[in-house]
Design a protein around this ligand. Structure first.
Ligand code: ZLM
Ligand code: CA
Ligand code: ZN
Length: 395
């Protein structure tokens, strides 16, 4: 190892399930669960495991999933593509699409229900470790599936592990702040907590209705403003354009989350770290480098409240692994020992030959930069709007 030791004064737990990573959405589907294996290889290769409590995630039970999802939906999810279902049974194009299951975004694949319950199990385990105060930061890279609805799959997400984890946190903490740095709008989590003032949701995302999924999350969407809705004003959306840079994003993140923290005073944080906001992502449009993405994790950590860190999107697997490994390093405070641009000849390359073969070009930059369409003026307006919204928030 590189002499990585446990952080002083606080505890980090790491929740993974090697079985989850073996599932396939289909040959050319952008979601690749093996990016989690890549992430873990990198984390282990650096010796970071010695500084954390490592847990194999349980599979969430049907009853646990029912704390958010409807039983109609779960039953359909549970009975369809079991491990022994013949492929033509669920590949059949004439099969009706129910609950948005079986289209090209949310295909039915072998072991789907297991995959979902493992993702949810990891996130719920993470929440329980935070509740019991055994962990101050709990990491669940297999979670972060923010689009799933109570009775509907959406955008590669079937079970909303984040909602399930936040529901756990609400048993022991008065207020939970949800932050979402995936390039897509965190619509499922936002909607689930639309009517409570105990959860504030903040999503940063690319916003271009009719062009970019899911099309919701405009600046003025702050939760239903009905008269008796305590959750009004507790949804914050940061709509962005293509090509945002580290400098702009960091500044925006600090101003927005800094203000939110002062006003809402969260007792716990749930941070979705979708890595599709990185430059060079197959689906994303931003220009973030690992440093800019990870600065968000570092900023949240400094707020000094217990935190769950989830994965999410991320469609250029080696970039996902680099970001999530570096963010794991931030959690355990060893980032100074780790270069976010992993050099070509780190010792682990020789030591872990198999994994090393999967990282042929780690020393390369993340991808071609995109044109930056975010003006300073617009970003100013966004910060000002957040300030106005927060005047309605009283704790
Ligand atoms: N078509 N294959 C982010 C979820 C994004 C909806 C347009 C499907 C794709 C995409 C699927 C192999 C998170 C939409 C897209 C083509 C209707 C989306 C299967 C390529 C493929 O090659 C592909 C046949 C597929 C899906 C691209 N889908 C790109 N963008 C979005 C969903 C999830 O990162 O936020 C969290 C994990 N869907 O734009 C369509 C409207 C389906
Ligand atoms: Ca987001
Ligand atoms: Zn995404």
């Amino acid at each position: 190892t590189y002499g990585i030791t446990r952080p002083k004064g606080y505890n980090v737990s790491f929740h993974t399930n090697p079985e989850m990573e073996k599932h396939h959405f289909g040959q050319t589907h952008p979601m690749k669960p093996w990016r989690l294996t890549l992430t873990k290889s990198l984390v282990m290769s650096y010796g970071m495991s010695f500084a954390m409590d490592n847990y194999i995630a349980r599979t969430a039970t049907y009853e646990e999933l029912e704390s958010f999802h409807s039983s109609d939906y779960l039953d359909y999810l549970a009975t369809t593509p079991a491990d022994d279902t013949p492929r033509d049974d669920y590949d059949n194009p004439d099969r009706p699409v129910k609950f948005n299951l079986g289209g090209s975004d949310c295909p039915l694949f072998q072991g789907l229900y297991d995959y979902c319950s493992m993702s949810a199990g990891g996130s719920m385990d993470a929440a329980r470790k935070i509740c019991s105060k055994q962990s101050d930061i709990a990491i669940a890279w297999g979670g972060g599936l923010h689009h799933a609805k109570r009775s509907e799959a959406s955008g590669f997400c079937y079970i909303n592990d984040i909602v399930l984890a936040i529901l756990q946190l609400l048993r022991c903490f008065p207020r939970v702040l949800y932050i979402d740095i995936d390039v897509h709008h965190g619509d499922g989590v936002e909607e689930a907590f639309f009517s409570t003032d105990r959860v504030m949701t903040v999503s940063f995302h690319k916003y271009q209705p009719d062009v970019f999924f899911p099309g919701t999350g405009g600046l003025d969407d702050n939760g239903p403003k009905s008269e008796h809705n305590p959750g009004a004003h507790h949804a914050i959306n940061i709509p962005l354009n293509d090509g945002i840079t580290d400098e702009q994003y960091e500044h925006l993140f600090r101003s927005v989350i800094g203000q939110v923290n002062e006003r809402f005073r969260p007792s716990a944080i749930a941070l979705q770290c979708g890595a599709d906001s990185l430059a060079g992502d197959r689906l994303g449009r931003f220009n973030l480098q690992v440093q800019g993405h990870a600065a968000c994790v570092a900023f949240c950590k400094k707020l000094g409240v217990p935190m769950i860190i989830f994965g999410g999107g991320g469609y250029t697997p080696r970039n996902v692994a680099r970001a999530w490994a570096f963010e794991t390093a931030i959690a355990i405070d060893c980032q100074d020992r780790i270069d976010p641009v992993i050099p070509a000849h780190t010792p682990w390359r020789d030591h872990f030959q198999h994994e090393a073969a999967l990282f042929p070009t780690l020393e390369q930059i993340l991808g071609e930069p995109r044109n930056n369409k975010n003006t300073a003026k617009r970003l100013q307006e966004i910060v000002a709007h957040v300030g106005e919204q927060l005047r309605f928030v009283n704790i």
